[in-house]
Design a protein around this ligand. Structure first.
Ligand code: HEC
Length: 350
């Protein structure tokens, strides 16, 4: 049997050993919580394995400031008597600021008592580049990768199917690119040339032609909708972009008419919430996918109060996850850069 090289061995990091470092030597748990246990200086990591790729997790550990959200910028305050306090901002108004310092203690200051107050684009988290061994770092990454939260219990959800005319105005609105970032979304999916992709609930073809361009002339996009009027719009859009690799399919309410075992990826963008028989559709999607096929759900977020859409046309993260997982899928990745939508990637449960 050939021996594994050191790099390959390390890449096999052990999640149990990683958990021990997280709770012990690394001190991660003093700043981060997992399943409601731990500190709150840094973000909760209960679902970090869904939100970050392994490379990004590695980077967080060795260079915490490399990727950092504004709400986690380090606030540095100097009091009139020269004491410096660093922390994460909890609250701020004209007169005062509340911080949580690196030890987890909340601190409150009147601004008149501060000599200096600034936000710096660096992390309060120390780098573990040298304080953890290469093997320990890989163990920690292995541990973080298995943190995938727990599916919520399924709850009944109200469904409403919008009228066609209303849909078209909505589907072709000029602000849509800014709201949905379609190219960034498709970049993240890393769709291969030659792939067979389904655009399920294709609507006016907003994603269809973009997918067709990505799979290239050797690939194929099956555009499914239950409204013939939509498929006509899809065909127009495809022609407009001089593409010839799209097959329009008129689906039934409980049957998207997909080929079996032949599909690499099914994109269901802003459509799942309108399915009148989601169980039947998802069973059919499951059958259509190759073993390593993926299904991607994109829905406007019910949790985000700034989304200007009726609640009936939005879904919560828990609703999407629980409904799709109960159809024989497993959530493997969450896209967190969509401004108003949830983006969830599922694979078939093995
Ligand atoms: C002193 C507190 C502190 C300690 C100790 C700490 N972290 Fe962090 N961590 C933070 C803060 C604050 C952030 C948010 C800013 C940033 O992204 O760096 C963060 C961010 C992260 C992120 C990125 C989270 C995201 O949503 O992208 C990961 C992953 C992470 N830490 C893992 C670890 C691990 C693993 C350890 C232990 C080896 C650790 N942290 C120790 C404070 C800490």
């Amino acid at each position: 049997m050939p021996l594994l090289g050191l790099a390959a061995l390390l890449a096999l990091g052990d999640a149990a050993a990683g958990r021990a470092v997280f709770m012990g030597k690394g001190g991660c748990v003093t700043c981060h919580s997992v399943d409601n246990r731990g500190g709150s200086v840094g973000p909760d990591l209960s679902e970090i394995g869904l939100r970050r790729a392994p490379e990004s997790l590695r980077l967080s550990i060795v260079d915490p400031s490399a990727e950092i959200y504004q709400e986690y910028f380090t606030v540095s305050a100097v009091t009139r008597d020269g004491q410096r306090i660093e922390g994460i901002a909890l609250n701020e108004d004209d007169l005062s600021i509340q911080l949580r310092d690196a030890g987890g203690t909340p601190r409150s200051f009147l601004k008149t008592n501060l000599k200096d107050l600034r936000r710096e684009e660096r992390s309060l988290m120390p780098s573990f580049a040298t304080t953890l061994s290469p093997a320990e770092k890989e163990h920690v990454v292995a541990y973080l990768r298995v943190l995938r939260g727990v599916p919520a219990a399924q709850r009944p959800r109200t469904r409403e199917i919008a009228r066609v005319s209303e849909n078209i105005t909505w589907l072709t609105r000029p602000s849509r690119d800014g709201n949905e970032r379609p190219e960034a979304l498709l970049d993240a999916l890393q769709i291969q040339q030659g792939a067979t992709v389904v655009d399920l609930g294709a609507g006016a073809g907003y994603f269809t032609w973009r997918l067709a361009r990505r799979v290239g002339p050797r690939g194929k996009v099956i555009a499914v909708d239950i409204q013939r009027q939509m498929l006509d719009l899809v065909s127009e859009e495809v022609k407009k972009h001089a593409l010839a690799n799209v097959e329009p399919v008129l689906g039934g309410p409980g049957d998207p008419r997909l080929p079996v075992g032949a599909v690499d990826l099914v994109l269901i963008a802003n459509a799942y919430h309108e399915f009148s028989d989601p169980e039947a559709i998802m069973a059919s999607v499951h059958r259509s996918l190759k073993l390593d096929g993926r299904v991607v759900l994109v829905e406007y977020s019910k949790e985000n109060p700034r989304v200007p859409i009726s609640e009936l046309h939005r879904m919560s993260f828990a609703e999407i996850r629980s409904e799709v997982e109960s159809a024989g899928f497993e959530l493997t990745r969450v896209l967190d850069f969509l401004p108003m939508q949830h983006g969830l990637i599922f694979t078939k449960r093995q």
